[in-house]
Design a protein around this ligand. Structure first.
Ligand code: ADP
Length: 305
C-alpha cells in the first residue's frame, strides 16, 4: 500500500486590500496529514487532534476535496486519511484550506502526479465551499504554490505566483469565534466608486511593492477601505492593535482572512517581536485569551515529509 505524509501550511487570505484575490503561505503553524492509497474504494478519515471535526467525508473539507478529485479518476481506488491539525479551525488562518489542499496534493503524489497544480486548486475549492459557502482560492493557492499568490480569476482559474521580499509576520489569534460564513454575510454588496478606486490602487501598489522589493510601497498599500471597516467590528481590540503596531514600525497588516486572527508584516525580526509584545499587552489588558507568534513567509507550500 502506498502512503505519503505531508505538511500543509497556514495561510493568510486577502492581505488587507486584496479581498478574495491575494494570499500568503506561512511557515507556522502547519497541519500534518498521512494519506494512504487503498484497494478498498471510498474515503476513510481519522482525526488525531483535539478539534472534533466531522469524519464523514461529505462533511469534512478534506473528504469533499478528495471526492472531487476521485470523480476524475477511472479506477476504483480508495483513500485512508489521518489528519493531525495544528491550525485551529475558524482562526482565519486557512485551517480548512490546509486540509482540502493537503489531501489533494498527497493523493496526486500517490497517483503519480497526474493532475496539475491548477487542477488541485479546483478540487480543493470544493472544500472551501463546504466551509464558507463559496468557492474561493485565496487560501488554497498559496497553500499549494507557496509564497504569495494572486488569483486574478476563479472562473476560469488564473493563478499568478508572486515574488515577495523576506518578511516577518506577527500573528495574534484572540480566542473568539468568527464564522467565515457570518463574516461574509455582513459585507455590503455595493461599493462606492471612490472606495473602489482607492482599493484597486492599493492592490496594484501591493503587487508592485512585492515584485520590486519595495517595503515602503508595500507599507503604503496595506490599506483596506472596503472590507476591514465592516469586519473589524467583530474583533475586540482591532483598532488599537493596528495603531500601536504601526507606531512600533510594522509595515502594516489587518484581519487574517475573515478573522479573528490579526497579522502584521514587518521587515525586521526585532520589530516583529516588539509587535507581538504589543499584541499580547493589548489582549492582556482587554482580558481576552489569545495565542500569538512570529513566523515568516513559506515559499514552498505543501511539502512531503
Ligand atoms: P479557517 O479560516 O480557519 O479555515 P473556516 O471557518 O473557513 O476557518 O473553516 C472552518 C470550518 O470548516 C469549521 O466550521 C470546521 O468545522 C469546518 N471543517 C470541516 N472539515 C475541516 C477540516 N478538515 N479542517 C478544518 N475545518 C474543517
Amino acid at each position: 500500500m502506498k502512503s505519503v505524509k505531508i505538511k500543509s501550511p497556514a495561510t493568510i487570505a486577502n492581505l488587507v486590500c486584496g479581498f478574495d484575490v491575494l494570499g500568503m503561505a506561512l511557515n507556522d503553524p502547519q497541519d500534518v496529514m498521512q494519506v494512504t492509497l487503498s484497494k478498498e474504494p471510498g474515503i476513510r478519515i481519522q482525526h488525531n487532534d483535539i478539534y472534533n471535526l466531522p469524519v464523514i467525508p461529505e462533511k469534512n473539507v478534506a473528504g469533499v476535496a478528495l471526492l472531487e478529485l476521485i470523480k476524475e479518476l477511472d479506477n476504483e481506488n480508495g483513500f485512508d486519511i489521518v489528519i493531525e491539525k495544528h491550525i485551529k479551525p475558524g482562526s482565519g488562518l486557512g485551517s480548512s484550506a490546509a486540509s482540502a489542499a493537503g489531501v489533494v496534493v498527497a493523493a496526486n503524489h500517490l497517483l503519480g502526479n497526474i493532475f496539475s497544480k491548477e487542477d488541485l486548486v479546483r478540487f480543493a475549492m470544493a472544500g472551501e465551499k463546504l466551509a464558507s459557502g463559496v468557492k474561493h482560492a485565496d487560501n488554497i493557492s498559496p497553500c499549494i504554490y507557496g509564497g504569495v499568490t494572486l488569483i486574478r480569476s476563479i472562473f476560469p482559474l488564473d493563478i499568478i505566483p508572486l515574488p515577495a521580499p523576506p518578511m516577518y509576520v506577527a500573528v495574534v489569534h484572540p480566542q473568539i469565534e468568527v464564522k467565515t460564513s457570518d463574516a461574509r454575510e455582513i459585507l455590503r454588496k455595493e461599493v462606492l466608486l471612490k472606495d473602489a478606486i482607492k482599493q484597486w490602487g492599493n492592490i496594484a501598489g501591493l503587487v508592485a511593492g512585492f515584485m520590486q522589493n519595495d517595503y515602503g510601497l508595500i507599507s503604503r498599500s496595506l490599506e483596506d477601505v472596503i472590507i476591514e471597516p465592516v469586519r473589524s467590528i467583530l474583533i475586540p481590540g482591532f483598532d488599537e492593535v493596528k495603531k500601536k503596531c504601526a507606531a512600533a514600525g510594522a509595515l502594516g497588516g489587518g484581519i487574517a482572512g475573515s478573522g479573528p486572527s490579526i497579522f502584521m508584516l514587518c521587515k525586521e525580526e526585532n520589530v516583529a517581536k516588539d509587535v507581538e509584545l504589543i499584541m499580547k499587552g493589548i489582549y492582556d489588558s482587554i482580558g481576552l485569551a489569545y495565542h500569538s507568534y512570529v513566523t515568516t513567509i513559506n515559499n514552498k507550500g505543501i511539502t512531503i515529509v
